[in-house]
Design a protein around this ligand. Structure first.
Ligand code: SF4
Length: 216
């Protein structure tokens, strides 16, 4: 397993290779960012960014979205998967924001997770991106990279991965680490074709070294 120092070193090396990383979802307010994150489940940020300008224009506030019907919402988001379920969650989420939070996106994980369709990962992304509150959202890329680099055991669950990363990394870089691991997962260490041969982390990556031996 990588210790804290090695984990930090890995994150720094990722940053050397991909210095500018951040969320690729485009939104103008915390409310719209929350909607964008909810829409991005099991689809690409690019697909979400294509539909959100018209969607956000039509529904600028929680009140306006809560007043819409699910069918009306579906019309704006039907280019992405699971749009019927997503329309339902977005509508209920907007209604909760109006009823319980005076139309404002709350700033604590517990409150965010009380909103329909908002799990821990979404809550963490919103805390970090909208309010700069240190949080470490674990998605498919973060999970894969943490396991491959042996920051966590292969069998670690999502909640264990979050806990270990938070323990091994200083709080000040949780948000940066999240961004870098996602970029690393997309660009360098994809699920199907990790670029191990030229990877600057190969020296500390058992998984990559194993793959190299198999390919010799
Ligand atoms: Fe991923 Fe391979 Fe790099 Fe390890 S060596 S981090 S498996 S690309």
């Amino acid at each position: 397993m990588l210790n804290s120092e090695q984990t930090l070193q890995a994150i720094q090396i990722m940053g050397d290779m991909y210095p500018t990383t951040g969320s690729s979802l485009v939104a103008d307010t915390p409310f719209h960012f929350l909607l964008a994150v909810m829409l991005s489940a099991q689809t690409t940020d690019k697909a979400v960014n294509m539909l959100t300008p018209a969607f956000f224009k039509q529904y600028p506030t929680p009140k306006s979205l809560a007043a819409a019907s699910e069918l009306e919402i579906q019309k704006y988001i039907k280019t992405i998967g699971l749009y019927r379920n997503k329309a339902k969650y977005l509508h209920e989420c907007a209604q909760s924001l109006v009823d319980r939070f005076a139309g404002e996106v709350p700033r604590t994980r517990n409150e965010l997770m009380q909103l329909q369709g908002v799990g821990r990962k979404t809550a963490n992304v919103v805390l970090a991106e909208c309010f700069g509150i240190p949080a470490l959202a674990v998605d498919t890329h973060v999970s894969r990279i943490a396991r491959r680099l042996a920051i966590v055991p292969k069998s670690a669950t999502v909640s264990q991965i979050e806990a270990v990363l938070m323990n091994k990394l200083p709080k000040e870089i949780w948000i940066t680490a999240h961004h870098r691991m996602i970029t690393w997962g997309r660009e360098q260490c994809s699920a199907r074709a990790p670029k191990c041969r030229d990877c600057p982390l190969l020296f500390m990556c058992n998984e990559g070294q194993k793959r190299q031996k198999v390919n010799v």
